[in-house]
Design a protein around this ligand. Structure first.
Ligand code: AKG
Ligand code: FE2
Length: 239
């Protein structure tokens, strides 16, 4: 990685006098999503995309899903600070690369920390979706090593993809429970509130916090029309 890149690609706010606009989605029961569509400038984001696409040692591991081994439907890489416990998911233990190997990742981390006061991420899972056939199925990032209410910050580059959230079965919002309401109406209403969707834009930041991992599932489904590559970085704190 050339040092020129680090200089050129320090994340900049498109308008330095104005913080990027954020949307806050209250999911109820102390779960929340924050979405900042223009977190990084368009130009910086394409430079980051090119760097990540070309320099990250991507792998497409075999994982176990419902007892069966299959290739994970996206490329991946893992970065972690020294001394953290190993990450294992779906029977796969990724090699932990160092932040020092990829200086632009430290620049993005710094921008994320600045946008989220009090955050202190020490690991990063990278995903590369090479087209609409690549995806991540319904899951929550509720591994014990992230603690009971982890904050997860997700930065997206390249092709826009839908990011869906749905409430886990059996999780009922207290504020919506109304036993006087006919069941049919309740069902209709809850199907609206129990699912949300975001189109994750190039250079955007989406943050899941509170009890989102305990109570909600998220996914990036296959999309026939998504014909270009998307790269996503999810910053996490191993506690
Ligand atoms: O690609 C995304 O936006 C989400 C990735 C994700 O959920 C994960 O890595 O756990
Ligand atoms: Fe996830």
């Amino acid at each position: 990685m050339s040092s020129k890149f680090t200089t050129v690609c320090k994340p900049t706010n498109p308008n330095p006098n104005e913080a990027p606009k954020r949307q806050i989605l209250d999911l109820g029961n102390e779960s929340e999503v924050v979405y900042i569509p223009r977190f990084l400038s368009f130009h910086d984001s394409w430079n980051f995309f090119d760097f990540l696409n070309n320099e990250i040692p991507w792998t497409r591991p075999t994982v176990r899903v419902f007892g069966r081994s299959c290739p994970q439907p996206r490329d991946t890489c893992y970065i972690a600070s020294p001394g953290l416990p190993e990450l294992v998911y779906s029977g796969y233990q990724p090699h932990a690369y160092s932040w020092d190997d990829f200086p632009p990742l430290k620049d993005i981390l710094e921008a994320v920390h600045k946008a989220l006061p009090g955050s202190n991420f020490n690991s990063l899972l990278l995903n590369r979706y090479k087209g609409g056939n690549d995806s991540v199925g319904w899951h929550s990032d509720d591994e014990k090593l992230y603690g009971s209410a982890p904050e997860i910050a997700s930065v997206s580059f390249g092709c826009e993809r839908d990011f869906l959230l749905k409430k886990k079965p059996g999780k009922v919002s207290i504020e919506r429970r109304n036993d006087e309401e006919p069941a049919s109406k309740r069902l209709k209403r809850s199907s609206h509130v129990d699912q949300h969707s975001f189109t994750l834009k190039h250079g955007s930041l989406l943050v899941m916090r509170g009890y989102t991992q305990r109570d909600w599932l998220h996914s990036v489904p296959k999309r026939a029309k998504a014909d270009a590559t998307r790269i996503n970085l999810t910053f996490r704190r191993v506690v």
